[in-house]
Design a protein around this ligand. Structure first.
Ligand code: NAD
Length: 298
């Protein structure tokens, strides 16, 4: 299949590479040349612009940071035409970015008017899952559009869930990430407490992993350096899921909670914790660096 892939960051690049490895022809575009080069090195083709990437594409996959990037790309910004004008009628757009459900619905409506199918398909599983092709996809859209997307999603992920109509994938994703943000802050707090009492972080983490406090952070993404060799914490908190991206997701969860009058006290507190961590200069680090806020430094 001829695929355009736009947004080749920590997640997008390995996802695009898995489509190349599955035998698809992938035209890759990112604002960063270095990001494009990673996909080209694995057999993708470089596109000079998003418009060039979608020429002849039967499917367009996007993996961008936030709502404003997705809306600006597809619907246009600063008087520039949106990408929908350049995508062939009948093509399928799969947006895997984590954004507001309302933005997914707005873009889907404009896509439908242009004869283009659209699904929201945000993911969970981190950069490790993106590289291994074991992501979980949470899809919002029609059954028919999901079935069209499924052969591609299967090359990038191991679990594909149909959450409901367009936007429902995003709603599932912000519920998940609100829980993840809370779990990572809580896990960091528990490890910091143990270390302050002289416990070995590896031993304590293993005890909690095998006990009633066990969770994904303790399984795969320990926030303490050196516990998990491949976790961002052991690589100077680089290459994972940025604090500012987690902050964005916790903000989306709070906006949604206000709209439906849901009580999310821990989600609200987690947002405040990551916001304070971000303004202390850690916005670009992996979100597990939140442990620094809870530990005595130096
Ligand atoms: P990232 O910041 O590493 O990558 C985003 C990429 O998009 C960058 O390379 C940037 O240059 C590019 N970009 C921005 N605007 C663009 C435009 N107009 N045209 C082309 N390229 C553009 O982010 P990421 O970690 O890959 O995350 C991407 C999305 O996936 C976010 O919505 C994030 O919340 C979500 N997500 C991330 C993870 C993770 O573990 N990193 C996990 C699940 C979901």
């Amino acid at each position: 299949m001829q695929i355009a892939f736009i947004g080749l960051g920590n997640m997008g690049a390995p996802m695009a590479i898995n489509l190349v490895k599955a035998g698809h022809s992938v035209k890759a575009f990112d604002l960063s040349q270095d990001a494009v080069a990673k996909v080209v090195a694995e057999g993708g083709q470089a596109a000079a612009s998003a418009q060039a990437a979608v020429q002849g594409a039967e499917a367009v996959v996007t993996m961008l940071p936030a709502s404003q990037h997705v809306e600006g790309l597809f619907l246009g910004r600063d008087g520039q035409p949106g990408l929908l004008a350049s995508i062939a009628k009948g093509a399928l757009v799969i947006d895997s970015s984590t954004i507001a459900a309302a933005t997914s619905q707005k873009v889907a409506k404009a896509a439908e008017a242009a004869g283009i199918a659209f699904i929201d398909a945000p993911v969970s599983g981190g950069t490790g899952g993106a590289i291994a092709g074991t992501l979980t996809f949470m899809v919002g859209g029609s059954n028919a559009d999901l079935e069209r997307a499924r052969p591609l999603l299967e090359k990038m992920g191991a679990n594909i869930f149909h959450a409901g109509s367009v936007g429902a994938g995003q709603t599932a994703k912000i519920c998940n990430n609100m829980l993840l943000g809370i779990l990572m802050a809580g896990t960091s707090e528990a490890i910091a407490l143990g270390v302050a009492n002289g416990l070995d972080p590896k031993v304590l983490s293993e005890i909690m992993r095998r006990s009633s406090g066990g969770n994904w952070a303790l399984e795969k993404y320990n926030p303490f350096p050196g516990v998990h060799e491949n976790a961002p914490a052991s690589k100077g908190y680089t290459g994972g899921f940025g604090t500012d991206l987690m902050l964005k997701d916790l903000g989306l969860a709070q906006e949604n909670a206000m709209a439906v009058k849901a009580a999310t006290p821990l989600g609200g507190l987690a947002r405040a914790i990551y916001a304070a961590h971000s303004i202390a200069g850690h916005g670009g680090e992996d979100f597990s660096s939140v442990i620094k806020m809870l530990q005595k430094q130096g």
